[in-house]
Every structure is written in C-alpha cells, then in structure tokens.
Design a protein around this ligand. Structure first.
Ligand code: SF4
Length: 481
C-alpha cells in the first residue's frame, strides 16, 4: 500500500541552532534548508549535533533495536575503464593481477554466505568492456536458479551507465536506454541497486576525482529508473578529500530532492508488518521512500593517486580557507578556478568530522529511512558511537572486505562481534533484510553474542584470507553500496 507524500515545511528564517527548529526536525515536523544544514555542519557542537540526530533516529526507529545484515561483497571484476583518483582497486585488462570471476566462483561464494545464514549479496565490479550483456544475464539467472532465497543487490549506477555505453541499447534518451538494460537485468534476477559511485555530486569535485565516471545527473537518473521499476536502493557519499562542506550539503540535497520526486510520483510504501517485533512498540511504521538508506564514509587514502595529494596545512603557503570550501557552493556549481590549489590539497576526515557528517545526514535527509554506520572505514568502536549519532544500522557482517582493504583499512567482524558491539552500545541487535524488515531480534540467551562464553578465544575469520589461491579482490567502497 502507498501513501501520498508531502515533505515537511522549511523555516528558512530560523537560525539553524534554534532548539524549536531542531526539535521539529527531529520529530519529522520540519525540514532543514541547505543553508541551515551548512550552518550546522560548520558551527554546531559535536555533541549537540549528535543529540539531535539521535532524537531523529529514535523517532524513526524506536529506542530499542539497532540492526545489521548478513551479506557478502562480491567484486566480480577489477578491470575498469575509469581512472578514479581515489581508487586502489581498478586494473587495466592486461595487468597481471586483473581478474574476472567465473560464474561458478561467484556461486561458491554465495553458497558460503548461505551456510552462515546470509540473505543478500552485494555484487559490484569495475566497468569491464569485455563482458557482454549475456554474461550478466546468465550470471543473474544462474544465481536465482541456484539461490532463489538470496537477494541480489548489484551494479551501482556507474556500472549501469557503462552498460549503456558498452551495449548501445535502443532509446531516444539516457533514461530510456538505462531502462532497457535494467528491465532485462531485473527480469534475470536483479533485486535492487546499491548506491556506489556517488562520491561527491558537485561537478568541480566529481570531474577532478572521478575520471571516466558518470556525472551526478546520470547517477541520479539511473536510480530514478530503478525506483520507477519498483526497486529500492541506497545512496552514498564519500567525503573528506578535496570537497568543501557545502559540497556535502549539496550532495545530500540532491538525494533528498530526487527522493521527493519519486515519493510524489509513486507515494511512500508502507512497511511490512514485522512478526518479530509485533506488539513491542519499538519500530516506527512510517512510510518508506525508494532510497531506503544513506551511508557516508571518509576517503581512505592508502595506495591511491588522490592519497598522494598533500594535506591542507602541510605547506607554509597553505593559509586561509581550505580550497574546497572556496570553490564549493550549495548549488554544486562552484568555479574550480576560484582557488589555485583546488584539487591539489586534501582535507582528510577524522572521527569527529565523520560523526558530524553522519549526524547532519540524519537530520537533513528527513525522507530517508535508514542511516548506516561506516565501521568498516572508521573502526568498530567509532561504529558504536555512530549508533548514538543518528545511525540505526551497523551494515554488514564482513565475510570478506576487499574494497577498503585495497586502500589500506581492514576491519573484519563476524555476527557475534557485531551483535556484541550493538549490545554494548545500549541496544538490542537484530538481523535485518534488504528493506530493513527484521529477521531475528537477539534478545534471548540464544543470541549470537551471548552464546560466546570466552571472548578471548573468539576470532573472526576472513574467508578470502583463508583461501590463498583466490584472486585478490579489491573493492570500490564498503558494504555501504
Ligand atoms: S572507483 Fe570504480 S569506476 Fe572508479 S576506477 Fe575504481 S573501479 Fe573504476
């Protein structure tokens, strides 16, 4: 069942720190303007941002349960025509460690996932010009034939745009061409589209760091087509490099605007009733948009060309405002010539900047149901803190993580550890599915973490390290996608 959608009203004359405004935002009765979002990003104290984001999170998700999913990242190829400067994963097709997984190898990985109770695969790769459409259609239909219960969350917008370029489908517009490809992928078994490749939408930033990758309009149009076909998707943002704070707000604004658009056209979908939580009064039953979740994470620099760019402030001549802030505008149309060092300096994001950005996303994205904590990049303990800064979800148990590990950061957690982190943060852990319906609420003695009697002996295992013969699969982003 769907409901008519009307966004909450904006109050542009109010100061962003006005407690009445923030209280109304946290209860879903008011919407932040971009100017107010930027003011909060720049000026609000860390703890006040966290407090209001937590209030909004509790209004949407209740005070008791925080979730995770058991899925598996499968990076089917690292061959890619693009040359994103933040990427440590891509290879040219003739490089020694270029790879494309066989369908059977992918099936084996899914079988291992099913063995541990996993429900979803997150399958993404580079933009590989050697793979024909049939390779993808056969892969999807063979997965569905063998693992009908597994949700296939696959092919981020940049990949789908390249499918259009590689396969030259019929249609007068990009939207129609994407639809032609996506309809075929969907009928072969594609269930939903991950939000990878969002990075930063502002054109000056995107053109500098995403060489050969689609622009924001194409990315958002791809997701719009997925939404019109009834798919749910996520949206992502990778920040903490050359962008300004206004670029982050602009990015969130575009996601919010396009979510408004599809909500106005198609209405909000009512959440399925949830047997596991019936009568607990814990979970909100608000309608859900087609961008179901938003996940933001900081750029990881190791082994990337962008990572070699000097930090802002490292040179004596680095004085005044950060170049990205000089160029950035809330319309995303800044002039890169506004600062000679734009793109030549990075401002890396630490824990507090990450928490501030995540908290702002919870407050600003009033029409998005879930905010994910990025523990894969930030570490499990910041992930715990993130649950008090607006995040309701800890993302995925990591059977293997290749993406971020290419850029130097590796954290690998299994289900008991993830449950323990959530419980130690003051919540009851629950396994969810792709649309955030609860599969198992772990409030009894049989919970995965409560079954562990000796944590000193509990070790998380990484499947891809245990199997030395496997190719090194790197990855584009985190489970976020
Ligand atoms: S981030 Fe993705 S699109 Fe960009 S170079 Fe890496 S694999 Fe290719």
């Amino acid at each position: 069942m769907t409901h008519t959608f009307a966004p909450p009203p904006e109050h542009p004359r109010l100061d962003a720190s006005d407690p009445g405004l923030l209280s109304a935002v946290s209860s879903g009765q008011a919407r932040l303007t971009p100017e107010q979002g930027l003011e909060l990003m720049r000026g609000a104290t860390l703890l006040s941002l966290g407090r209001w984001a937590d209030a909004r999170c509790r209004a949407l998700h209740g005070p008791i349960i925080r979730t995770y999913i058991i899925d598996r990242n499968i990076n089917y190829t690292n061959v890619c025509t693009a040359r994103c400067t933040f990427c440590a994963f891509r290879r040219d097709g003739d490089e020694a460690d270029a790879y494309t997984l066989e369908h059977e190898q992918i099936h084996e990985k899914i079988a291992e996932l099913v063995e541990i109770g996993g429900t979803q695969i997150l399958m993404q790769g580079g933009m590989n010009p050697d793979l024909p459409l049939d390779w993808y259609l056969d892969l999807l239909s063979s997965i569905k034939a063998r693992f009908p219960q597994v949700h296939v969350h696959a092919f981020s917008p940049p990949e789908l745009i390249e499918f259009v370029n590689f396969f030259d489908p019929p249609g007068p517009t990009l939207e129609e061409k994407i639809r032609w490809v996506m309809v075929r992928l969907q009928s072969a078994g594609l269930d939903s589209v991950p939000g990878g490749g969002g990075e930063i939408f502002a054109d000056p930033v995107r053109r500098r760091i995403g060489l050969g990758k689609c622009d924001a309009e194409a990315w958002l149009t791809t997701m719009y087509v997925a939404h019109t076909l009834g798919m749910f998707t996520s949206a992502t943002m990778m920040f903490g490099h050359i962008e300004g704070y206004a670029d982050r707000v602009h990015h969130m604004k575009l996601v919010r605007d396009w979510q408004d658009r599809i909500l106005k056209e198609a209405g909000a979908t009512e959440r399925r009733s949830d047997e596991a939580t019936k009568g607990r009064g814990d979970r909100a039953t608000e309608g859900m948009g087609h961008y179901v979740s938003f996940i933001a994470w900081p750029f990881q620099r190791e082994n990337t060309p962008l990572g070699r760019v000097k930090d802002w402030g490292a040179q004596v001549e680095d004085t005044g405002a950060f170049p990205g802030d000089v160029v950035a505008t809330l319309a995303g149309d800044g002039d890169p010539r506004a600062h000679a060092d734009f793109g030549r300096r990075v401002r890396m994001s630490g824990s507090t900047d990450y928490l501030r950005t995540q908290a702002l996303s919870r407050l600003f994205l009033d029409n998005i149901y879930s905010i994910g904590a990025s523990w894969v990049t930030m570490g499990p303990h910041i992930g715990q803190v993130a649950l008090k800064f607006g995040a309701n979800d800890m993302g995925s148990v990591m059977m293997e993580e290749n993406v971020v590990s290419s850029a130097g950061t590796t954290y690998c957690l299994d289900e008991p550890v993830l449950c323990r982190l959530i419980r130690e943060s003051g919540f009851v852990p629950a396994q969810r599915d792709n649309v955030y319906d609860l599969l198992r609420v772990h409030d009894g003695a049989e919970s995965p973490d409560l079954r562990v009697s000796d944590w000193s002996k509990h070790r998380t295992k990484r499947l891809h390290i245990e199997r030395a013969a496997e190719p090194i699969e790197a990855a584009l982003t985190v489970s976020a996608k």
